[in-house]
Design a protein around this ligand. Structure first.
Ligand code: FUB
Length: 320
């Protein structure tokens, strides 16, 4: 197993979404800071206010900080908490998708646009219509762009049924199918949904939906999708059991069948990642809270090489 590498020791950055743009690696993390808000299950202590963008010429190169690319000060509908973002490129423009609570404390998804991968990104005046919850991952396939999203507890996914805010906002029972992450195709202009979000079904080896009580396998947050060997790999965090897992499917909508663990728990509560191919090697970008002495809200971004076996299964990486 290759050694992991901290990418930016001089500040706390989490949830790194990595992409290759203009032959370089660009990284879009959340920007953790010490806001003094006490830790709770609602994630109030993740009180981020801006995003920096980073780039590197190759996986061993120096990491360049391009500075603040978007801040809540620039977003007209901003309430609080800029969580995990992602960026997609189309027709000469870069689109940053970000979850942010509005002034009613409801997470919505915003879009901000730039001519450059490092930004600055200019936000649209309003959140995307019909958007909710957190952790957007935008994946391009055959010229179509899809957003995967969702996260339970602080990410508010449990508030919704059939894409509607539905009190009393409870989780399914232990033996019921787990709440699903969502997928939605984007319009050609990249600024709105082209359809109603659909469930991403995660199945066990017998073809049954994973159950809410199956906490070591069911979805919690942090969707990511990549393609390997013609198959679609949907990866995610199990949240309170702190695993990064993956499931494989035959098309972007799924269903996806559970395969195993990508990474065992790291130091810190959250586990969040992205997966990138660069010059025929694969890399996992993630974070841990070792440098802050285990403060769950002060995380540091890292990368490590990721390997597959001959069947295309991902070799599990030890988080610690
Ligand atoms: O960084 C805030 C939240 O913590 C992210 O949106 C989640 O995925 C978790 O990493």
């Amino acid at each position: 197993m290759k050694a992991s590498r901290y990418l930016f020791p001089s500040d706390y950055m989490a949830d790194p979404s990595a992409h290759v743009f203009e032959d370089k690696i660009y990284i879009y993390p959340s920007h953790d800071w010490e806001s003094g808000i006490p830790e709770n299950d609602n994630g109030d202590h993740f009180n981020m206010r801006d995003y920096h963008v980073f780039s590197m010429n190759d996986p061993e190169a120096e990491v360049v900080d391009h500075g603040v690319a978007l801040s809540t000060d620039d977003i007209p509908w901003a309430g609080r908490q800029l969580w995990d973002s992602d960026v997609a490129y189309k027709d000469g423009k870069y689109y940053m998708y970000f979850p942010l609570k509005d002034q009613n404390d409801i997470f919505r998804m915003g879009v901000a646009v730039s001519d450059r991968p490092e930004g600055p990104f200019v936000p649209q005046a309003n959140p995307m219509k019909g958007s909710y919850s957190i952790d957007p991952c935008v994946f391009e396939d055959n010229g179509a762009y899809y957003m995967y999203f969702g996260g339970i507890w602080g990410g508010q996914l449990q508030f919704y049924r059939d894409n509607k805010l539905t009190p009393p906002c409870e989780l399914p029972h232990f033996h019921e199918p787990a709440l699903c992450p969502k997928i939605v195709k984007l319009q050609d202009n990249m600024l709105e949904f082209a359809e109603a979000p659909r469930d991403v079904l995660l199945l066990d080896e017998e073809g049954n939906p994973l159950k809410q009580g199956d906490t070591e396998r069911r979805f919690f947050e942090a969707s990511w999708v990549h393609k390997y060997g013609g198959k679609y790999y949907f990866s995610y965090s199990t949240g309170d059991t702190h695993l990064l897992c993956y499931a494989i499917g035959d098309n972007p909508y799924g269903p996806f069948t559970y395969q195993g663990v990508i990474m065992t728990p790291v130091v810190g509560w959250t586990t969040h990642h992205s997966i990138l191919e660069f010059k025929n090697k694969w890399y996992l970008f993630y974070h841990d809270a070792v440098p802050s002495g285990g403060k769950t809200w002060l995380r540091s971004m890292k990368m490590v090489e990721l390997e597959y076996d001959e069947q295309g299964l991902i070799k599990t990486i030890a988080g610690q």
